[in-house]
Design a protein around this ligand. Structure first.
Ligand code: ADP
Ligand code: MG
Length: 269
């Protein structure tokens, strides 16, 4: 029998069907309030997983668990084949220390409703500073890459401006560029357009769509149903800290099965 000729490519294709994020029965309480009550969720490389749900249903908490800003009480999260929070060695789980947590978070980009830019730095410096500080990239190289990223988000000529000289939509695009500068394997978005004036929403969604088109793996909490329909590869409805319904966005939006999903969608559509 002849050997398959394109080993590397076949291996890559096989790897790309393996979920990059797997969450199993994730539970989390704050005091006596259970916020996550057994979330099951997975995302394959290149997917755009859109998450919707009422306020207080645990969406932000779940994203924060995915990027290890919160620890889970029970259940399991694996990213790129490794457990989050634990290292398995000789059949035993060892809890991560702060170095392991910091290292892990570097690989996951997060964009929040509030942009959290550094107000004392211009846009270019905001994007360039992470790689210089934590990855030891030279200032020159980081600035060149930051310029490319600003161009990608449509702000190539705005690098010299400070956050207070930029609109909310522009600031959010800088925040996206800043996350991308760290070369994350996954980007998490927590209601990235909810804090924006309505006329600025589209420019941010367009940048996110362009990221989706180049194959970035994304988990997006948003109420922009049009975005879910257009570029989402899955749509997950969360309520009361559990996944109530998950499916193909177009199918789920057109024909939600669960009465809670129906009720929610009727309010946001
Ligand atoms: P969502 O993003 O879906 O609106 P959240 O995950 O932000 O929901 O919050 C879910 C619930 O958890 C809310 O009732 C919120 O008040 C509570 N919560 C979130 N973070 C904390 C915290 N650090 N301490 C206490 N309660 C929290
Ligand atoms: Mg939230």
């Amino acid at each position: 029998m002849t050997k398959p000729q394109r080993d590397g490519i076949d291996a890559a294709a096989a790897a790309s069907t393996e979920p990059i994020i797997i969450a199993e029965q994730v539970c989390k309480s704050f005091g006596s309030t259970q916020v996550l009550a057994g979330i099951d969720f997975d995302v394959t490389a290149g997917e755009v997983a859109v998450v919707i749900g009422p306020s207080g249903s645990g969406k932000s908490t779940f994203l924060r668990c995915l990027n290890a800003l919160e620890t889970v009480d029970s259940g399991r999260i694996r990213v790129s084949g490794s457990d989050v929070g634990y290292t398995l060695r000789d059949g035993k789980f060892y809890e991560w220390g702060s170095t392991e947590y910091a290292q892990f978070r570097l690989g996951i980009g997060m964009v929040f409703q509030r942009f959290n830019l550094f107000n004392n730095m211009n846009a270019l410096e905001n994007v360039a500073c992470g790689p210089v500080k934590v990855k030891g990239v030279s200032k020159k190289e980081a600035k060149e890459r930051a310029q490319e990223l600003l161009e990608m988000v449509g702000l190539g000529s705005h690098g010299h401006k400070y956050p207070n000289q930029l609109s909310g939509g522009q600031q959010q695009r800088v925040a996206i560029a800043r996350s991308l500068a760290m070369d994350p394997s996954v980007m998490l978005f927590d209601e990235p357009t909810s804090g924006l004036d309505p006329e600025l929403v589209d420019e941010v969604l367009e940048v996110m769509k362009s990221l989706a088109r180049v194959g970035m793996t994304m988990v997006v909490v948003t109420h922009e149903i049009g975005f879910a329909r257009e570029v989402g590869t899955s749509l997950t409805f969360v309520d009361g800290g559990v996944v109530v319904e998950k499916g193909d966005p177009r199918t789920l939006i057109a024909n939600p099965q669960n009465s809670r999903t129906q009720q929610f969608l009727s309010k946001v559509l």
